[in-house]
Structures are given as structure tokens and as C-alpha cells.
Design a protein. Structure first.
Length: 359
């Protein structure tokens, strides 16, 4: 079986380096907030060209912290969230605003590539939560109150050009391009106020920079030294891995050009290639089963829109998201193929031939 993720193969290649990093952390006796945390935050600032970086427990919590800051410091009326994305995005926003009666969440339709539509005339009290779905760049204008869920596309984002908005959340989930060995996330921003807030908030309201001690509400949200050290090991190879993902993507796109499917990443010159997603208007499940029966593990991201869940019913857009919305149409047609860099050329060719055989 060609699995959808190749973390076991990655470990074989990096085993010695990862074990050495593990020994360095455990023998130091410092398991949180140590030198590896500092090094990773410095690396993130350089990589994203942002002024500030803060590691936290997960990408989900990173997004929640950004919105907690926004709610406390800006008079937002509502937050727009794309109707097609992983539910953790919506959960983060809802958790951030649960105590506020003045802020509403509105699920908003996406375009044909899964990027949330933005209002024609931006409002000063509205925050758009943009998601770079499947690794696609956010192609909408980004304003001061907008927040970026960069879990899938952050490796393509340049903070120097305002592509991080108020702040961007990053995920080091094991399924992401640059994974931790357990869990982890980060916030990158060019706003000092958000940085100060995040440093205090993740540390139970206590800040070593002595600016926000005694915050009204805070939590314990630290990324372990072990996970930081392992991410730093993998970070040395990320450009090579990204190049390999891009090569696989181009081979897929070229091979599928005469088939009745659409490759979503084809629309972009810049893409993080976190997933390779095709839109199969008809017979998606039959193709999914065909691949599985021939030893290829495909996946569906995501098979339902957020507005179809019970908890989200009251957050549906007034534009009436329905079965003809782009969000719903995509959810019924998308299929993700393996694209991790450890795939061999022979395996990539086999995946292509298996898809072609179906048609």
C-alpha cells in the first residue's frame, strides 16, 4: 500500500539526527521554554520575514490566541470564516469569542479553489479569517484586522509584504509539510501588541517581558523543547522537500491534463503543495475505492462544509449557502493524492497509471 503520509520513511532518513536531538533535550533537563524554543522562534522570524514569533501548543490554539487579542483590543462586529476548511478553524474562532456578545461568526462561501470570498467593500469592524486551503496562497486583499490560518500554506507567506495580516497561525501537526514529532504551533506577526499578548497568554498570564503580567484570562500553551528540537532538525531539509513536492505536483498536473478531473493547484504559480487535490465531479467514491483496491491510499479533505454541522447552523451566511455553493460542490468532489517527498518516482508513476486506468 502506498500510504497517504510518509512519516515512517522520513524517520528512517533522519533517525540519527532526531535521536541526537532527543538526547540533547532530555539530558539538559529543560523540557519547555529552553534554547530550542528560542532557536525555533528565531528561525520562524527569518523564514516568514516577520518581526515576532511565538511558539504555542498547537496551530489551533495559535489561531484562538490571535482572535482573543483581536476581540480584546478591537471593536469587531463579526468574523468571516470559510465554509470549507477543517473544523478546528471554526472552533478556534468560536472559543475566542464565546464570552463576547458583540461579535458574531459568519460562514462564507469560497471560490473554485477553496479560498474564501471577501466582501466587495471591506468594513473596519470585520475580520476575515483566511485559510490557505490545501497550500494555496490567499489571493484576496488582506487588511489590518484580517487573520491568516496558515496551517497549510505558511511556507509560501512573506510577512514583509503584509501577507500575515494581524497575525498568522502555524501548525507543526505531523500531517503538515514541516512536522513536529508530537504537536506544536506558532504565531508570527508584525504587531508588537499581539506578540506581547501571546507571550503572556500562553504562560498563564505571566510575561517575561513584563508588559502584560496579570492578564484577565490566560492559559498554559507551550510547545515542548523536544518538539522544537525535532522541527529544527527537519527545517534543514524543508526546501529540498518542498522542491520534491513541487516536482510531484507538476508530474501529476501534466499527466492528468486529458482526464475529466481538475487539479486545484494548477491555478497558482506559488503553492505550498501541502496536499495535491483533484476535483472529480462524478464517481469520486468509485475512484477512491479503485485507488485503494490497487494499493493507493487517497483521502477526502473535506467531505462536508462547516455549515452542514449542527453547531454551525446559526453561523451560515445570509447569502444562503446551499448545495449549489462552491463550498458544497467542492466538498462533494475533492480527492487528495499522496504527495509527500519520500515517494519514489516509480510510486508516483504507479499512482498516475492507476488513476488513468480508472478512466
Amino acid at each position: 500500500m502506498i500510504k497517504h503520509f510518509g512519516l515512517d520513511r522520513q524517520y528512517i532518513q533522519l533517525r540519527e539526527e532526531l535521536l541526537n536531538a532527543t538526547d540533547s533535550v532530555l539530558s539538559s533537563g529543560v523540557l519547555v521554554q529552553g534554547i530550542f524554543t528560542d532557536q525555533l522562534e528565531k528561525w520562524l522570524k527569518a523564514r516568514t520575514r516577520c518581526s515576532y514569533a511565538v511558539t504555542v501548543h498547537s496551530g489551533t490554539q495559535a489561531l484562538e490566541i490571535i482572535y482573543r487579542f483581536c476581540i480584546q483590543h478591537y471593536s469587531l462586529s463579526h468574523v468571516n470564516v470559510p465554509d470549507l476548511t477543517f473544523r478546528a478553524t471554526l472552533n478556534s474562532v468560536l472559543s475566542a469569542i464565546w464570552h463576547s456578545k458583540n461579535v458574531a461568526v459568519q460562514l462564507t462561501d469560497v471560490d473554485a479553489n477553496g479560498i474564501m470570498n471577501s466582501p466587495e467593500f471591506p468594513e473596519s469592524r470585520v475580520s476575515n479569517c483566511y485559510v490557505g486551503l490545501y497550500g494555496a496562497p490567499v489571493t484576496r486583499p488582506i487588511y489590518a484586522h484580517d487573520v491568516i490560518d496558515g496551517a497549510q500554506h505558511w511556507l509560501t507567506v512573506d510577512g514583509l509584504y503584509g501577507e500575515t495580516g494581524m497575525g498568522m497561525s502555524i501548525s507543526f501537526d505531523p500531517t503538515k509539510n514541516l512536522p513536529a514529532s508530537g504537536n506544536g504551533g506558532a504565531i508570527v506577526t508584525n504587531f508588537e501588541g499581539l506578540y506581547d499578548f501571546a507571550v503572556a497568554y500562553k504562560n498563564n498570564g505571566k510575561s517575561p517581558i513584563n508588559k502584560l503580567n496579570g492578564a484577565n484570562f490566560a492559559t498554559n500553551s507551550k510547545m515542548s523543547e523536544l518538539d522544537c528540537a525535532h522541527v529544527l532538525v527537519r527545517a534543514k531539509y524543508i526546501d529540498k522537500w518542498q522542491q520534491r513536492r513541487s516536482e510531484i505536483k507538476r508530474y501529476y498536473i501534466n499527466s492528468f491534463k486529458d482526464l475529466p478531473i481538475r487539479c486545484l493547484s494548477k491555478s497558482f504559480t506559488k503553492h505550498a503543495d501541502q496536499k495535491f487535490v483533484i476535483s472529480v465531479p462524478e464517481n469520486r467514491i468509485l475512484l477512491y475505492n479503485h485507488l485503494y483496491n490497487n494499493g493507493v491510499q487517497a483521502m477526502i479533505h473535506y467531505d462536508r462544509t462547516l455549515s452542514e454541522s449542527r453547531i454551525a447552523q446559526k453561523h451560515r451566511s445570509v447569502k444562503c449557502l446551499d448545495f449549489l455553493s462552491a463550498s458544497c460542490m467542492l466538498s462533494r468532489s475533492v480527492l487528495s493524492l499522496p504527495i509527500y517527498p519520500e515517494l519514489t518516482d516509480a510510486e508516483v508513476e504507479y499512482i498516475v497509471e492507476t488513476v488513468k486506468k480508472f478512466y
